[in-house]
Design a protein around this ligand. Structure first.
Ligand code: MG
Length: 272
């Protein structure tokens, strides 16, 4: 088990608004600047969503391009970019995969359907095959987003069929209402369901997120934090992205582990 831990930052997502949390970055400049600030705190991967001029979720390729261009203006920042192809960004798989051709290092790939609080997390076989194919075409590494146990088995099946390549990188997304609840029992179940030797991270949503993150670290997992997943730092206290990264780093160091740099994360995720 490596002693290094990758911190992924998810600064925006599709749900948080400035009304709910004024620290939510929504414009390309705000998103890029938050990623940069969090890279300085120890984040090695940025999981990026885009918003339109009204702050609404969008899969508009040009908005994604603007975010990447603003981020590139921070010339010393070598953070790994991971663009979301998630179901909440827009309808239709062509639209959801349009940003993959911008050739970020990674993109998210949900390998099955579940529910969000008010809509379906829609990923039917045709959608998954299309998005995975786009990623293969553009040499973009998928991160398998696991909202329920079947998505692990589906990812293994996709690998057997040659659609996605090993080593697979998994993100266990727990606590989204309508998908697998964020409990210790469920974490152990998902962990034991993973194919051996694959890097994985935890995204824990809701009040259990610190407990689940710490358990995942003890099991050798990596962690994702950010306003996408939690707009509260603690009960009644609003979070901001750098604070969430700092707390994750503090827990990692207290456990005798080290925070992976982007260069180290590229090796751990087999990006190079
Ligand atoms: Mg996301």
């Amino acid at each position: 088990m490596t002693n290094k831990v990758i911190i992924t930052l998810a600064p925006t997502g599709n749900v948080p608004t400035k009304e709910k949390n004024p620290y939510t970055p929504v414009t390309p400049q705000e998103i890029a600047d938050q990623i940069y600030a969090c890279w300085r705190e120890g984040a090695a991967v940025a999981h990026i969503h885009a918003r339109d001029a009204d702050g609404k979720p969008t899969v508009d390729r040009e908005v994604y391009r603007a975010i990447l261009e603003r981020l590139a203006e921070h010339k010393d920042c070598d953070i790994i970019t991971q663009l979301s192809t998630g179901a909440r960004g827009g309808a239709g798989f062509f639209a959801r995969g349009a940003m993959v051709s911008l050739e970020p290092e990674m993109a998210s790939l949900s390998t099955g359907s579940s529910n969000f609080p008010t809509q379906c997390n829609f990923n039917d076989p045709e959608t998954i095959a299309y998005l995975a194919g786009e990623m293969a075409k553009h040499k973009v590494k998928p991160e398998v987003e696991v909202f329920d146990a079947a998505m692990i088995a589906n990812a293994v099946d996709l690998h057997k069929k040659g659609v996605i390549q090993a080593p697979l990188q998994f993100n266990l997304v727990m606590g989204v209402p309508g998908s697998i609840p964020a409990t210790a029992k469920n974490l152990f179940f998902l962990y034991e369901s993973l194919p051996p030797g694959c890097p994985w991270t935890i995204t824990a949503v809701g009040p259990q997120h610190v407990d689940l993150m710490t358990m995942a670290l003890a099991l050798g997992g990596n962690v994702r934090v950010g306003l996408e997943d939690n707009i509260y730092y603690a009960k009644g206290i609003l979070a901001d992205n750098p604070s969430l990264v700092r707390r994750a780093k503090g827990i990692i160091l207290a456990m005798g582990k080290e925070v992976a740099t982007p260069a180290e994360a590229r090796q751990m995720l087999s990006l190079i």
